[in-house]
Design a binder for this molecule. Structure first.
Ligand code: RIB
Ligand code: NA
Length: 314
């Protein structure tokens, strides 16, 4: 079957320490658990879409090292097409040092490494897959110009695009907005991009309206335990979409679970209203926060209520 969701983005090896709290500058704290996982926003989103049943392809760059070799195998294990995954000897596989506290909150340092060497040549090699996909997804852990080029390639072929401007950057090429069908960010990204203090739903709504006015078709701002909020060209009144509360073990990558799920719904249940897709994606991301890690915590289709996959609104 043909690829339905293409992700052009990052892969990181996540080096995760669980500790009672995040250390302050100059401080050492005792943690209680360490593990290594497969992460990176792009790959996380791709794996979540794949678990839900999308036929996915990842366009990314790994290092020629143990982490890179293991990551390539991970994609194969997850059923992600690896035709456009390449390895370079010029830089190390991306790595993320992550600390998770007992509240499930995190602090992360990423060293993007090989991710930054993904270039326009790599996009050309994947151009057939990009232009025939149903949905293309990009983030900001690779060279921004490469993300933008991928979005434009997809757009020019009538492929729907999701752009997740993460991690947050204050300066964003305005073309990112006009190249995004769905611009999906979290509160802190919305804050950086608009200069608004996004402390509540009302401010998130105001920020979303500003982002929408920059040229995207729809904007979704994820709000953690409060679910998300959306606006679109058809209806610019902010709509809050709540989610049931769940006990959080590890919220790392919950936003990626949301974006990956959204990509799946846009590709496979395209006639569903975006609001309903967001509501279902909220539920899937809420499952992910209840287990440790990113990809390890993402639910598969068979672990979820079948209503989530029905064609009509619930
Ligand atoms: O969004 C979560 C991801 O951000 C982690 O997997 C880590 O790799 C960082 O890129
Ligand atoms: Na998790």
């Amino acid at each position: 079957a043909d690829v339905t969701v293409v992700v052009v983005g990052s892969c990181m090896t996540d080096l995760v320490s669980q500790a009672p709290r995040l250390p302050k500058a100059g401080e050492t704290v005792h943690g209680h658990k360490f593990f290594i996982g497969f992460g990176g926003k792009g790959a996380n989103q791709c794996v979540q879409a794949s678990r839900l049943g999308a036929k996915t392809a990842m366009v990314c760059k790994l290092g020629q090292d143990v982490f890179g070799n293991n990551y390539l195998q991970n994609f194969k294990d997850q059923g992600v097409t690896t035709d456009f995954v390449s390895q370079t000897g010029e830089a190390a596989t991306g790595a993320a040092s992550i600390i998770v506290n007992d509240q499930g909150e995190n602090a992360i340092v990423i060293v993007a490494g090989a991710n930054l060497l993904l270039d326009v040549e790599d996009l050309k090699k994947a151009s057939l897959a990009i232009s025939t996909a149903r949905v293309l997804v990009c983030q900001l852990e690779i060279t921004p110009a490469v993300s933008l080029q991928a979005l434009k390639m997809a757009r020019n072929s009538g492929v729907r695009t999701i752009f997740n401007p993460a991690p947050a950057a204050a300066e964003l090429d305005p073309e990112f907005y006009s190249s995004s069908d769905v611009f999906c960010c979290n509160e802190s990204e919305a804050e950086l991009l608009t200069g608004f203090e996004v402390t509540d739903e009302e401010m998130a709504g105001k920020a979303a309206v500003v982002l929408l006015s920059r040229g995207c078709h729809s904007v979704i701002v994820t709000l953690g335990v409060k679910g998300c909020l959306m606006v679109s060209v058809q209806d610019a009144t902010p709509k809050h979409i709540p989610v049931g509360s769940v006990p959080a073990v590890d919220t790392t990558g919950a936003g990626d679970s949301f974006v990956g799920a959204l990509a799946f719904f846009m590709a496979h249940v395209p006639d569903l209203p975006l609001e309903e897709m967001a509501r279902r994606s909220n539920q899937i991301a809420a499952v992910s926060v209840q287990a440790a890690g990113t990809q390890t915590s993402y639910p598969s289709r068979d672990a979820l209520p079948h209503e989530l996959f029905e064609a009509g609104s619930q």
